[in-house]
Design a protein around this ligand. Structure first.
Ligand SMILES: Nc1ncnc2c1ncn2[C@@H]1O[C@H](COP(=O)(O)OP(=O)(O)O)[C@@H](O)[C@H]1O
Ligand SMILES: [Mg+2]
Length: 485
């Protein structure tokens, strides 16, 4: 139940803009249209049909009630309307009939006659003339006593009614927006909650990072308690997995671009160091290098030139450049390359990976390109063999995730699990398999966020934030601005 509510809350958050847009556009357009419409007025009268019965007054009333539908039809007959038309030059029977609405009130002796026209005086005159003609006709032909109440002059138009009409327009807009949302959600084939990802991929969900707003993305990772805790959980899980099934090379990958691989790689590397490990972070996304957004990197040999230079000149340089975090070294991509998949098939690649396998680190972490659009990650997987899959459910559909999993299976990569990123549900407390109920973790961590950060050791903080850098730079955030792929 809670999951369902969470799903609806997420959908509401994601699509609120479309509903508001539908309401504003349709409501606004209807309002503007009503301003240009010619107003029409409706005059009304009530006609009382009174059939006389010889037996009793009760029978008279009954007979009248039964006769009312028949008499209502007579109101639009030519015999009743011709005398009225004769009084108005140029008015045809067809035109007059189109102005008339007759409603017989059920179980009463009453007939309501409405006449609509752009001229309120004409509408009133026609109503009175039709009812008089009907009374005369009924009396002469059927000896029926018909009483008529005089029509009241309509001072307000019957249509348009700007407020009512624009409210109806807004409701229609809302309905259209909801229909569109259903179509989008259905056609996009998106998963919205953590359980669905777990069930679809049949992989352990290692952790979930919440979707951060712009302000939160400016903050340091350790200033957001939920995020910090998720990284700690992730590191603990990886360290345990490493103990039970040793691996050193680990790639962080995802189905498509923009799911958060680089952000997670940069933070994960730092948190692994915090957990006491020595880490080498390799920027293996050679087409779109972004690690320089996360770390102050010197311009020097990177992974891209490692693929082109002869092995004899390389080995000593592939140890990576030191960062402000003792224990964290980085081999950046250097310049963006378009032909990286060709370079990843160069003869020295095997030697490069052999070097990484023997490097004096506990983890060699690879920030890789997305799996679906390019072949690079498949080529890398042939050497790395172990991966974590980052999933942003708003970016990759079921099909994409399944396809990414198939690619990893084909390359015989051991996928340790899934990291859900930008989750709208993560704030509700993840607690997957840890016995926390939804809502518990978030309260606990919100409280923790209020506490002063007592972890002041430079080793335990994010690199560029705590240590004054020689080169001044724009304010650094752990989550750089959204980039559209
Ligand atoms: N949890 C998050 N909440 C909000 N924005 C995020 C989150 N994680 C990453 N981002 C943003 O998403 C964008 C893409 O992230 P990035 O790590 O470069 O993706 P990738 O390497 O998979 O292409 C960046 O602007 C980053 O700041
Ligand atoms: Mg990236």
């Amino acid at each position: 139940m809670q999951q369902k509510l969470g799903r609806y809350a997420m959908l509401a958050k994601r699509w609120a803009w479309l509903v508001v847009l539908g309401i504003v556009i349709c409501g606004g357009a209807t309002y503007i249209a009503t301003l240009f419409m010619v107003p029409t007025y409706q005059a009304s009268t009530t006609i009382i049909v009174n059939l006389k019965s010889s037996s009793s007054p009760f029978d008279s009333v009954n007979a009248s009630v039964l006769a009312v539908p028949t008499y209502a039809q007579l109101l639009t007959s030519p015999q009743v309307l011709e005398p009225v038309i004769a009084q108005h030059q140029g008015l045809t029977l067809k035109q007059l009939v189109s102005m008339i609405a007759v409603k017989s009130q059920s179980n009463t002796e009453l007939i309501e006659l409405d006449v609509t026209n752009t001229n309120p005086q004409l509408a009133t005159d026609l109503t009175n003339q039709i009812s008089q003609s009907f009374a005369q006709f009924s009396n002469e032909q059927f000896s029926v006593n018909v009483q008529v109440l005089p029509a009241v002059f309509p001072s307000d138009p019957a249509s348009p009614k700007p407020l009512l009409d624009s409210s109806i327009g807004a409701l229609v807009g809302m309905g259209l927006a909801i229909a569109l949302i259903i179509v989008f959600e259905w056609s996009e084939d998106r998963l919205v909650n953590i359980d669905e990802v777990h069930k679809l991929l049949k992989m352990e969900v290692l952790t979930a990072f919440p979707l951060l707003n712009r302000k939160q993305r400016q903050k340091k990772t350790h200033e957001i308690a939920t995020v910090q805790e998720s990284y700690r959980m992730l590191c603990a899980r990886l360290n345990l997995l490493q103990q039970s099934n040793p691996f050193k090379l680990l790639m962080v990958t995802s189905a498509v671009a923009g799911e958060g691989k680089s952000t997670i790689s940069a933070n994960l590397a730092t948190f692994l160091v915090k957990s006491g490990k020595k880490v080498l972070l390799i920027e293996a996304d050679l087409r779109l290098p972004t690690l320089n957004k996360h770390f102050q990197l010197e311009k020097r040999l990177g992974f891209s030139s490692a693929l082109t230079e002869p092995w004899s000149q390389l080995e000593a340089k592939l140890t990576g450049q030191a960062t402000e975090v003792p224990g964290l070294f980085i081999v950046a991509a250097e310049v963006p390359l378009r032909n990286s998949s060709d370079l990843l098939q160069a003869p020295q690649v095997a030697q490069i990976f052999e070097h990484f396998r023997n490097a004096p680190f506990d983890y060699v972490l690879f920030d890789t390109p997305p799996l679906l659009p390019v072949a690079d990650t498949q080529l890398l997987a042939a050497y790395i063999h172990t991966a974590v899959l980052v999933v942003d459910v708003s970016k990759s559909s079921r099909k994409m995730m399944t396809h990414a999993k198939e690619i990893l299976n084909k390359t015989r990569t051991n996928v340790l699990g899934v990291i859900i990123n930008k989750s709208q549900l993560a704030y509700q407390g993840y607690g997957y398999g840890y016995g926390y109920g939804y809502g518990y973790t978030s309260h606990y961590l919100d409280d923790a966020e209020q506490q002063p950060d007592i972890d002041a050791s430079p080793t335990l903080s994010m690199p560029r934030l705590e240590v004054p850098m020689p080169v001044p730079s724009s304010p650094f955030s752990v989550y750089p601005e959204q980039r559209e792929p």
